[in-house]
Structures are given as C-alpha cells and as structure tokens.
Design a protein around this ligand. Structure first.
Ligand SMILES: Cc1cc2nc3c(=O)[nH]c(=O)nc-3n(C[C@H](O)[C@H](O)[C@H](O)COP(=O)(O)OP(=O)(O)OC[C@H]3O[C@@H](n4cnc5c(N)ncnc54)[C@H](O)[C@@H]3O)c2cc1C
Ligand code: SF4
Length: 569
C-alpha cells in the first residue's frame, strides 16, 4: 500500500506535456519558467543539441552516397521519400514508413519526426503571422465555425514568441500579413528585387517580400542566453545547426526549460491515453508505454498539455475513452477527428529571365521570398472561397561541364558558366475543413505498442481545383508582366500531406456543441487539458502555421498557470 502511495507521489507532477516538438517545447519552457514541476513525455529518442547532430559538419564526400538516398531506402519508404528533405544527411530525424504504419482511407502522405524536438529539427522555418482576414474568415465567408479569438488576442503572444525564437524579416506593412518583432531581413537576389518592383508597378494589392524566417540574423542578448549565435547561411539546417542559428526545440526551448530545474524529460515514452477521473470531473494523468520495454506506467498532474502534433493529438484524444467520454476525451459534440484540413501545395510555375547577366546570387540563403495572399482578401472576388500565398525564388543557373581529363577537367569544374536566371514559385493554398474530412481509430489494426492505427481521410475538393487554376493563371500573368520567358506551369496532383501543415480535428470554437476547445485552447468539457498544436485550428489560413502554434501555446500556458494559482484548475 505504502509502496503504491510512494510510486504515485514519485509519478506526480504539476503539469504534463505530451510531445517535445515545436509546440511541446514551448509548453515545457513556459510552464517550467512559471515554476511548475513539469514532466515532458516524448515518444521518440532523446536528441541533445549539438551532441546528437551526427551529420552537422560532414562534407558531401563523407556521406556514403554523397548525400543522396539509395534506391533501396526509397523503395522501402515510398511515403517519406517524397519529402524534399528526406536525404542522407537528415534521414535519421524522419519516421520510416514501415515502423509507424497508418491507414490511408484516402491517399495522405504523413511526414513525421519522432524524437525530442519533433519536426522542429526539420522544418523550413517560415514564420508568417496570421491576420484578422484569417481569424475572421470563417464568419465572413460562412464555412466551419467562428474562431473564438481575433488577431488582437494573439498579437502580443506573437511578439512574445518571436523575440525569444528570433525571427528575421522586413516590416512590409501589408494588412494580410502583419509585421512582427523582426531581426534584420535576409537579402533578395537581383531578379527577386526586380520582380518585386515589377509587381508593385502592375498591381496595387500584390507584394513580393523576403520570407520571414526563424533565423538569428543579429544576435540579441536573449539568444546569447540560449547559447545561440548568428546564422552563418550554411543552408544545412535539417542536420541540426552547430550555431543554433535557427529555432528548434532542441537548441532553444527544451534546454531553457531544463535550466529551470523544473523539467523532467522522459524520452521513449509513448502516451497511450489520458486518464479521466469521473468523481473528480477532470483528467488526472496519462498512461504511458515505454517505447523500448513496452512496460506501462501512469503519471499524474493537475494540468495536461497535448502537443503530439495535429494527427497524433487526435489519435490520443480519440483513444482516451472513459464512461464519461466513450467517444474520446472531450468529444461530447462528436466533432473530434473531423474538420481536418491541410495546405494545397500542388502547383508550381517556373520561368527564365535573360536580364541581369552581370549579376549572380550572392552565396547561400536559407530562406526564400514570399507572395502574401492577394485573392479574396478585402472581399470575395473569385469563383472560389479564400485564397493562396506563394513561395518565390530567383537564382542564377550554373552550368558546370565535366568534359576533359586532368587539368582540363579541373579547369571546367572550377570555372562553371552561368546560364540564365531561373525563377520558381509554389502555391500554398488554404483548404476548407469539412465534416467529411476526418481521422479516426482503425477498429482492428494496432501498432507495435498496442495503439490503434490512425485512419486518415481527406482530399481536395472543387474549391481547391479552382484555386489551383487561378494560381497558375495569376502567377503566369505576373511573370509575363515582368518579362520572364519560358513560363511553365505544373500541377503535381500530389496527395495531401506533403505540405506538412495538417491541422484541425479538435477545433477551437465558442460552442461546446460544435467544437472541442474554447478560446484558451482548453477542452470545453475537461478544463485541465489544453491542446495547442495544429489539432486546435478551426481553419487553415494560407500562412505556415507553426508560429501560430507557438503563440497559442505560450498564451494558453499563461492562462493555465493563472487559473491554477486562482484555484480554478
Ligand atoms: C521538411 C519540413 C518543412 C516544414 N516547414 C515549415 C515551415 O517552413 N513553417 C512552418 O510553420 N512549419 C513547417 N513545417 C511543419 C512544422 O514542422 C510543424 O508544423 C511543427 O513541427 C508542428 O509542431 P508540433 O509541436 O505540433 O509537432 P512536432 O514538432 O511534430 O512534435 C510532436 C512531437 O510529439 C511526439 N509524439 C507524438 N505522439 C506521441 C505520443 N503518443 N506520446 C508522446 N509523444 C508523442 C512526436 O514524437 C514529436 O516529437 C515543416 C515540416 C517539415 C517536416
Ligand atoms: S543556415 Fe544558418 S541556421 Fe541553417 S545550418 Fe546554416 S548557420 Fe545554421
């Protein structure tokens, strides 16, 4: 009996955070800094900043296949191999297809990173704020449910996370893309600046800007305190950065939480479900399966932050059943797992430019340019709902000859000739969450840890098709007006998923009858559980979402701790 009481005490914390990726790292930082003894449960292995970046300083010739993925690895991993970053230098940070199967009710390429830091090691670090055109969108355009917050609610929290993470960017003054707390912007290439000017000449409401990205371009004291230095533009970020130049949980929030002395990090801990106590009317803890031994343990806490990344958070909540919640924790409304969505990354437009033959691009830049959404912003103007943002880049094509032998070969390799400028753009379209788009637990199949497999069912619709067509037409027109030639349009018809911006399933809303979370990311029907990763998103906007997850997490943690102190939780 006493032994049981001791074990329970030993396993009891003020807070539990499930997942240590971008959002979980922020939850860990905020809760520990505010004095809460916090257990961070991560299903993957530990990855310590610097120590566990095995490829970070490797030269191309040091890789067994010069950085490329061998065919047999690609054949064995057809899904993750579609991700542009799944190469020899970073493959160890990606989930391999066969180790973690799932059910594709409709084709969906699910890209995951199961380790301390989650996908924060791998992300492309684009960090654009959402605006009120996004938060007011569903109410204005009559789809899904109204967001229970507006830009003003989240604005101070954007500033808060930006200052700590380090976001480089330019204050562009564009209503659809609010400015933030920026470190100096990265430079545009000559043709990117030229395109910016041409677009400004031809369109009142279209802009080309340099991407806002989570790189330290000028170290501030808060970054020095984290042990992070200025980005050196190596453009090898996915390996883990030896300078901490970009924001990752591993370089930033997790070591920060560690230093408070209040964090217990437990890697290899697969959270199976959240324990709900009917007498107390609250969640009391979680059931954990040890990833290596498969032993089960229970941990307890007053508040629980769920940050397993959108799809896995849905899985976990759906798997957390009790007499009170037979269909998943907090799922009185029946909407848990529904209204999931993604970003439409299907389309691209490339071209060439003959001008500026005397210029080349100066060195590496771990960032691109960005075309903020310009369709249907102030009012509905097309035959589809919402709009798209786009990436844009222009670089000088290098033509390297491998002709000759001996001195001639060396000379050819050392003195490549420069071709024309190549320009390229990719689409980032908002998709509409629908009741028919869902994730659910597979009734029969389980993974190696006894967790039900996740069944994923979402697809493009007619709105997406119209948007693809419009993007291809509009970008082509913008290219023509800038004098670009050889304009080529592509529609990859790729399945949803490769955008890696899956969202929804436990959406926020005013009404518990139609949503899972309230305006504080708190489960309506189980107030001491907070969901602050992509599962909480009511709609998808066009902007990359991770900065918004960070801001939601810091805001919810602040609220949770205040509520605890007021004995409301
Ligand atoms: C190549 C690439 C490029 C990207 N580019 C961008 C970009 O430019 N901008 C942008 O905004 N986003 C980008 N993203 C997406 C971004 O990485 C994610 O939005 C972000 O990491 C989500 O944060 P998260 O905390 O929800 O999840 P993650 O960072 O994935 O972390 C979730 C963690 O939870 C753990 N976990 C899962 N289930 C359990 C469980 N049952 N028990 C315990 N732990 C669990 C996982 O192992 C993982 O460590 C990109 C992603 C990739 C891979
Ligand atoms: S580009 Fe910057 S952040 Fe990325 S690896 Fe290089 S130095 Fe680090």
């Amino acid at each position: 009996m006493n032994a049981n009481i001791d074990a329970t005490k030993q396993n009891t914390f003020d807070a539990i955070v499930i997942g240590s990726g971008i959002s979980g790292g922020w939850a860990a930082k905020e809760l520990t800094e505010k004095g809460l003894k916090t257990l961070v449960l991560e299903r993957g292995r530990d990855v310590k900043h610097l120590k566990d970046y095995p490829t970070t300083n490797m030269q191309p010739w040091e890789f067994p296949h010069y950085g490329q993925m061998p065919k047999e690895v690609k054949d064995a991993n057809p899904i993750v191999s579609k991700c542009y970053a799944f190469n020899e230098d970073a493959a160890h940070f990606f989930v391999k297809d066969q180790e973690h199967p799932y059910v594709q009710d409709k084709p969906f390429d699910w890209i995951r990173g199961y380790q301390v830091g989650g996908k924060s090691l791998l992300w492309a670090r684009q960090t654009q704020r959402w605006s009120n055109f996004d938060f007011e969108g569903p109410a204005r355009d009559g789809f899904v449910v109204d967001w229970p917050i507006r830009y003003q609610d989240i604005e101070p929290w954007y500033s808060y996370v930006e200052k700590f993470a380090g976001i480089s960017g330019n204050k562009d003054g564009i209503p659809a893309l609010p400015d933030g707390e920026f470190l100096p912007p990265m430079e545009m290439t000559k043709v990117e600046s030229y395109f910016k000017e041409k677009v400004a000449e031809n369109y009142k409401d279209r802009h080309i800007i340099v991407g806002r990205c989570a790189h330290i371009t000028e170290q501030q004291p808060i970054h020095a305190q984290q042990g992070r230095a200025k980005c050196q533009h190596r453009n090898l970020c996915q390996r883990g950065c030896p300078f901490g130049g970009y924001f990752s949980s591993n370089a930033s929030t997790i070591p920060w939480a560690e230093r408070t002395g209040n964090m217990t990090l437990r890697p290899n801990s697969v959270v199976h479900s959240i324990i709900y106590d009917e007498q107390k009317g609250r969640a009391t803890g979680v059931r954990v399966i040890d990833a290596e031994t498969k032993a089960t343990t229970e941990y307890f806490a007053r508040i629980i932050f769920v940050n397993a990344a959108a799809m896995n958070t849905n899985l976990l909540l759906l798997n957390s059943t009790s007499n009170r919640f037979p269909n998943g924790l907090g799922n009185d409304s029946g909407v848990l797992g529904k209204y999931v969505a993604f970003h439409n990354y299907r389309a691209r437009v490339s071209a060439e430019y003959e001008g500026f033959a005397d210029y080349t691009k100066a060195g590496n830049r771990p960032n691109g340019c960005y075309i903020p959404r310009f369709r249907n912003v102030q009012k509905q103007e097309t035959n589809f709902l919402r709009g798209y943002a786009a990436g844009f880049q222009a670089f000088r094509h290098v033509e390297r000859s491998f002709d000759g032998i001996g001195a001639d070969l060396k000379d050819n390799i050392l003195h490549p000739s420069l071709g024309m400028w190549s320009v390229g753009s990719h689409m980032m379209g908002e998709t509409i969450p629908k009741e028919s788009s869902y994730v659910a637990l597979d009734k029969d199949q389980k993974d190696a840890w006894g967790m039900p497999l996740l069944k994923i069912s979402m697809d493009y619709d007619d709105n997406d098709e119209k948007m693809v067509k419009d993007y291809l037409e509009q970008i082509s027109e913008m290219y023509s007006k800038a004098g670009f030639t050889n304009i080529q349009t592509f529609d990859s018809h790729q399945a949803p998923g490769l955008d890696i911006h899956e969202m929804g399933g436990a959406r926020m809303g005013h009404d518990p009858k139609t949503s899972i979370l309230n305006k504080w990311n708190q489960v309506h029907a189980c107030k001491n559980v907070f969901v602050t990763d992509g599962a909480c998103m009511t709609s998808t906007s066009t902007q990359n979402p991770s900065l918004t997850y960070m801001a939601f997490t810091a805001r919810a943690a602040d609220y949770a701790v205040k509520q605890m102190k007021a004995n409301e939780l």
